[in-house]
Unconditional design. Structure first.
Length: 429
C-alpha cells in the first residue's frame, strides 16, 4: 500500500490573462471555477466522488480565505468535500499535485483534484508601516483633544500605498527582488542580453505556433466574465516580437548594463489550472484513461540569491535516483521566470566544475536540446501566475508527451526564497 501507481488522468486551465494596471475580471477562485466546471463536466463520475481538493495559491485575497474550499463549494463538490490550500511561492501549483501524489501512493486517497490559481492583478495595495502605526494611534485615541493631537502626526506619504506584489517578489533574507537574482546568474554564467532576448522571442513564437495549430485544445478552457466577455487564449503572446524591438528596452533591475528587461522576463498574469490525480483503483472503477504516470518528485533548496538554479538541483536529483541520463528525458518543461535564469540553468548543466562541485557528478550533465525544452513556449510568452505555473507545466508536459510520443518528461521550476521543484512523468502504455 506504500507504493501504489499514481496517474494524471485529465486536466484543464484557463487562458492566462496579462495584468494591465488594474484588477482583472477574475479573482483566484473565479479562475479556478472557470476551468474547473468544464473539466468536471467531462468526467464519467460525480463531482462528490473525489476524496480531496488541494489548491496552490500565493496571493490569497481577503474575500477568499482558503480558496481551495471556496472553489470546491462553488464547483458543486458537496459540503462534505475536504479542501485545503498550499503555498510554496512559485511551486504552489506543483505542490498541490505532489501532495495528492503522495496521499494516493501511500493508499490514503484514490481520487484528488489538485490545482493552482492566482490573480496577480488583484494583489493588494499595502499601507506603509508608519501609516499603520498612525492609524493604530488614531483608533486608540481617548477624547477629542487626544484625536486632535494625533492628527498632527498625519503625513501626505501615508496616503501612498505600496504594491503588495512588489514586496512579495522581494526576498526578505537577501533583500533582492527576483529580477536581481536573475542578474546574478546572468553574470555568473556570462549570459548576454542578446541571448536572453533571442530566447524570449522563441518563447513567443512557440506559443503562437501552438495556438495556431490547435495544440492547446482541450487544455485551455474558455472563460466568461460577469459582463459576458469571452476569453479563449493566452493574451500575453507577442506575435510580432523581434530582436530589434526587444533591444530597445532598458534593463529593469540593474541599469544600465543589466540583462533582464520587461521583454525577456515572465509577465504579471492571472490564471488557474487543475489536474485530476487518481490511483489504479480509481482508474479501473471509473473507466478512466490516464495521460501519464507520476513517477517521482523532488524539492531542493539553495541560497535565495541564486534561487533560479533550483531546477538544476531537483531535476538532477530525480535523474540520479532513477539512473536516467539526459538522453532518457524526452521533454522538459522549465518554468521561464526569466530568460537569463533559464539559460543559466542550461549553462550550469553543461559546466563541468558546477556539476562536480555542486551536483556531485563526475562531469557535466550535458546540454539540454532546445527542441525538447518548453516546446510550446513558456512563461515569458504565457505569463507566470505564481501559484498556478507549477500545475500548468505538469499538465502541459503530460499532454505534450502524449502528442510527441515521448516516454519520459520532467517539469521543473525555480522558487522564490531559494528552492526548486521537479516532477518526473512517464507515458502510460
Amino acid at each position: 500500500m506504500k507504493d501504489r501507481p499514481v496517474y494524471l488522468v485529465d486536466g484543464a486551465r484557463t487562458p492566462f490573462l496579462k495584468a494591465r494596471g488594474k484588477p482583472g475580471p477574475f479573482t483566484p477562485v473565479d479562475l479556478a471555477v472557470q476551468c474547473g466546471r468544464p473539466l468536471l463536466a467531462r468526467q464519467p463520475f460525480a463531482r462528490d466522488a473525489f476524496d480531496l481538493v488541494i489548491l496552490g495559491c500565493v496571493n490569497v485575497i481577503a474575500d477568499e480565505m482558503n480558496p481551495a474550499r471556496v472553489a470546491a463549494l462553488r464547483l458543486g463538490m458537496g459540503v462534505a468535500m475536504p479542501a485545503f490550500t498550499v503555498q510554496i511561492n512559485c511551486g504552489s501549483g506543483m505542490q498541490s499535485i505532489d501532495t495528492a501524489y503522495r496521499y494516493i501512493r501511500e493508499g490514503k486517497q484514490d481520487l484528488i483534484l489538485a490545482g493552482g490559481a492566482e490573480a496577480l492583478s488583484h494583489a493588494p495595495l499595502v499601507l506603509r508601516e508608519e501609516a499603520v502605526e498612525w492609524y493604530a494611534q488614531m483608533a486608540t485615541a481617548k477624547g477629542p483633544l487626544d484625536v486632535a493631537s494625533k492628527l498632527g502626526g498625519l503625513r501626505p506619504g501615508f496616503f501612498k500605498p505600496v504594491l503588495g506584489l512588489e514586496r512579495g517578489l522581494t526576498d526578505p533574507i537577501t533583500d533582492l527582488n527576483m529580477g536581481q537574482t536573475a542578474e546574478i546568474l546572468a553574470h555568473r554564467f556570462e549570459i548576454t542580453r542578446e541571448q536572453a532576448d533571442v530566447y524570449a522571442i522563441e518563447s513567443h513564437r512557440r506559443l503562437a505556433r501552438a495556438q495556431d495549430e490547435g495544440r492547446l485544445a482541450g487544455e485551455v478552457m474558455s472563460a466568461f466574465d460577469r459582463d459576458g466577455q469571452h476569453y479563449d487564449y493566452d493574451d500575453g503572446v507577442r506575435r510580432d516580437s523581434d530582436f530589434e524591438a526587444l533591444a530597445k528596452l532598458n534593463p529593469v533591475f540593474e541599469k544600465p548594463y543589466g540583462k533582464v528587461t520587461a521583454g525577456n522576463a515572465s509577465q504579471i498574469t492571472d490564471g488557474a489550472s487543475w489536474v485530476i490525480i487518481a490511483s489504479e483503483k480509481a482508474v479501473e472503477d471509473h473507466g478512466l484513461s490516464p495521460i501519464a504516470r507520476i513517477v517521482d518528485s523532488e524539492w531542493s533548496a539553495l541560497d535565495p540569491s541564486i534561487m533560479g538554479l533550483g531546477p538544476v538541483l531537483c531535476s538532477t536529483a530525480i535523474t540520479q535516483r532513477h539512473r536516467l541520463g539526459r538522453e532518457d528525458i524526452g521533454l522538459w518543461e522549465l518554468n521561464e521566470a526569466f530568460a537569463a535564469q533559464v539559460l543559466a540553468c542550461l549553462a550550469a548543466w553543461d559546466d563541468d566544475a558546477f556539476c562536480r562541485d555542486v551536483l556531485g557528478l563526475d562531469g557535466a550533465f550535458g546540454p539540454i536540446d532546445g527542441d525538447r525544452l518548453n516546446v510550446d513556449g513558456g512563461a515569458i510568452a504565457l505569463g507566470h501566475p505564481v501559484g498556478t505555473s507549477g500545475n500548468r507545466i505538469v499538465l502541459h508536459l503530460a499532454n505534450a508527451m502524449k502528442a510527441h510520443g515521448e516516454k519520459r518528461g520532467i517539469a521543473t521550476e525555480c522558487i522564490g526564497g531559494g528552492q526548486g521543484g521537479a516532477m518526473l512523468l512517464e507515458a502510460v502504455e
